[in-house]
Design a binder for this molecule. Structure first.
Ligand code: UTP
Length: 291
């Protein structure tokens, strides 16, 4: 039996420079897809997958997320006085039970690997999940639930993967594949942001991971990789001899909400699916393309 995965780390310390000026005084992870912030989608996906404890790795200007997952006493009082029970329920849905949300400060944005390393006390030797809230996956069951099912089968380290056009390999961590059954790809190597000509495959890692704690043995060394940053991919690659590593081709659609076009596309896709506004948005878009 593989040790159960009950903890998740969500790194949210990035500067979000691609969304300036929106992110000058507000966290990128609070940008809404329709009416719910990105960070809440990630927490909900993790809870659906059985995660009970969360750590957000934050930086300057990110305390807004602590408020988001806490009581909003005055707001709740006003909603309750006005009999707005549906809205009150929405506010309560965003909350995580007391004692199940921890915050670690990254202090300097030295890279994703460094952000994960900042949560090492929280992880405390257990297997754990990592979710990057920028990567929003529309899927049923959720992407992390699909990964948990794969974890029950093969254990070890598991990442969600998708094929990208070869010219884009320099934007992602890429798998060097040893065996591939079309759903699970076993990796013998990993490369962060390889040039298209050197990429060992086009199977790219998206922002969902299940990791064994051995990764910290390598993150502890603070070695810099691509772009001068401490890369998670490099630390995962170093565990390959000790821990099996699989990429799961998840079922669903991933939106890169760290990019403007991905963010807009996600808003359209999620809006079209909503029973309250879907028809209205569809009609407005049809009208828009007519003119
Ligand atoms: P990105 O590469 O999207 O960087 O980080 P960013 O700073 O958030 O955004 P841009 O590129 O300036 O627009 C990917 C994920 O890793 C986290 C980010 O918060 C995001 O979830 N991250 C990255 C950290 O937490 N710390 C870091 O040092 C780097």
């Amino acid at each position: 039996m593989n040790a159960p995965v009950k903890k998740a780390v969500l790194p949210v310390a990035g500067l979000g420079t691609r969304f300036l000026p929106a992110t000058k005084a507000m966290a990128k992870e609070m940008l809404p897809i329709v009416d719910k912030p990105l960070i809440q989608y990630a927490i909900e996906e993790a809870r659906e997958a059985g995660i009970e404890d969360f750590a957000l790795v934050t930086g300057r200007g990110k305390t807004i997320m602590e408020d988001h997952f806490d009581h909003a006493v005055e707001l709740e009082q006003v909603l309750s006085e006005r009999g707005k029970t549906a809205e009150l329920e929405i506010v309560h849905e965003a909350m995580v039970p007391p004692g199940h949300m921890a915050y670690a400060r990254q202090q300097k944005p030295l890279g994703l690997g460094h952000a994960i390393w900042c949560a090492r006390q929280f992880v405390a030797g257990a297997p754990f999940a990592v979710l990057l809230p920028d990567d929003l996956v529309k899927a049923e069951p959720g992407c992390l639930s699909q990964m948990m099912a794969a974890y029950d089968e093969v254990g070890g380290n598991i990442v969600a993967v998708e094929d990208v056009p070869r010219e884009q390999t320099n934007k992602y961590g890429i798998l060097d594949v040893e065996m591939d059954d079309g759903r699970l790809a076993k990796a013998r190597g990993l490369v962060e942001k390889p040039d298209p000509a050197d990429a060992p495959s086009t199977l790219s890692i998206i922002g969902r991971y299940i990791l064994q704690p051995q990764v910290f043995e390598h993150l502890d060394r603070h070695e810099k990789g691509a772009g001068g940053e401490i890369q998670l991919t490099d630390a995962m690659a170093k565990t390959l001899g000790d821990v099996p590593f699989h990429g799961l081709r998840f079922q669903g659609k991933r939106f890169d909400c760290g990019s403007k076009s991905g963010f807009i596309e996600a808003n359209v896709a999620f809006a079209l699916d909503r029973h309250d506004i879907g028809a209205e948005v569809r009609a407005a878009l049809a009208d828009y393309f007519k003119t």
